[in-house]
Design a protein around this ligand. Structure first.
Ligand code: GLN
Length: 303
């Protein structure tokens, strides 16, 4: 099929959409991003790269970073990680504290904020934040083959100043004995990992480590890859994970910067970006774009 024609047509269609959702405002630096942006990039297992729209404009990957930290934590701890975080969808908002009280400080999964804070706390144990962030950047740079990827310090500082909710989640888990490091260090590391800046092209290339075919980077063994993908399918879009699976049929992970990383196992890694979010905090146009891409390519895992 004509993949370049397909992504061009999707970018054209998205440019004409008027219902674009709302840009995240609770991190002041993210509120400045132009809602008219839309980018898409597809990196195929056979080495192809197809990009359209704002695919080379950097954005804040935010919660998409949780895929990379999960890969690192599983690499270091293996199944012991599951003593501190579950692997069930939450059915609650990404930053909800409700369930944590009922479930005694054990977060439902590694992709909601509470679970991601635990994952970051795990890889921080015995290290300095700067070492962990260095390792994370090395992983992302190796995955994408791009040494230029970096952290946007202004975004990290912006979230640090306003991150009361995440601090509350971490303090609550600390009260239940589910934080190893000082809360300020774990939260500071988490805010920086979320502030990694990437383009759709860089993110699509980085996602190849989860495609499991072709000559993408071999950073994670296949059994672990399948587990990360299962978690992306069931938990990658918070309380809209079921809706995303229904509409797209592919594992994906979203972030409040408006980015989504989607994996078509054995076929391709896809990154989309549009900063306007739907009411679940996932990119409105990004979701529509990958829904259309999955339909036109027949890439749904249920096809
Ligand atoms: N840094 C953001 C937060 O913790 C990430 C959330 C997201 O992308 N959904 O609120």
């Amino acid at each position: 099929m004509d993949m370049q024609g397909t992504v061009d047509a999707i970018a054209d269609a998205m440019a004409g959409e008027t219902d674009r959702g709302a840009v995240a405002r609770y991190i002041p630096e993210l509120a400045k991003v132009d809602p008219a942006r839309f980018g898409i990039a597809v990196a195929t297992a056979d080495g192809g790269l197809y990009a359209a729209g704002d695919a080379r404009v950097p954005f804040s990957i935010q919660s998409v970073s949780k895929v990379f930290t999960l890969a690192l934590a599983l690499g270091q701890r293996g199944d012991a990680l599951w003593r501190r975080v579950g692997r069930e969808p939450s059915g609650h908002a990404f930053n909800s504290i409700l369930q944590l009280e009922h479930e005694a400080g054990l977060p439902r999964n590694p992709f909601i904020n509470a679970g991601a804070l635990v994952v970051t706390d795990t890889i921080l144990e015995g290290h300095q934040p700067r070492e962990v962030l260095g390792e994370l950047l090395r992983f992302v740079r190796a995955a994408s083959g791009d040494e230029a990827i970096h952290i946007d310090e202004a975004v990290a500082a912006s979230e640090q100043r306003t991150g009361h909710r995440n601090t509350a989640l971490a303090e609550f888990m600390a009260a239940h004995g589910n934080m190893v490091n000082p809360v300020a260090l774990t939260c500071g590391t988490y805010f920086h990992q979320c502030a990694i800046e990437m383009t759709c092209v860089q993110l699509a290339l980085a996602g190849r480590f989860l495609v499991g075919a072709g000559d993408g980077p071999h950073l994670v063994a296949p059994p672990r890859m399948r587990r990360i993908l299962a978690l992306m399918m069931t938990c990658g879009h918070y309380d809209a994970s079921g809706d995303f699976a229904y509409r797209v049929g592919l594992p994906g992970k979203s972030g409040v910067g408006g980015g989504i990383l989607v994996i078509a196992p054995g076929r391709a890694s896809v990154a989309v970006w549009s900063p306007g979010l739907n009411r679940n905090g996932n990119s409105a146009l990004g979701t529509r774009a990958v829904e259309r891409l999955a339909r036109e390519t027949g890439w749904s895992v249920f096809e």
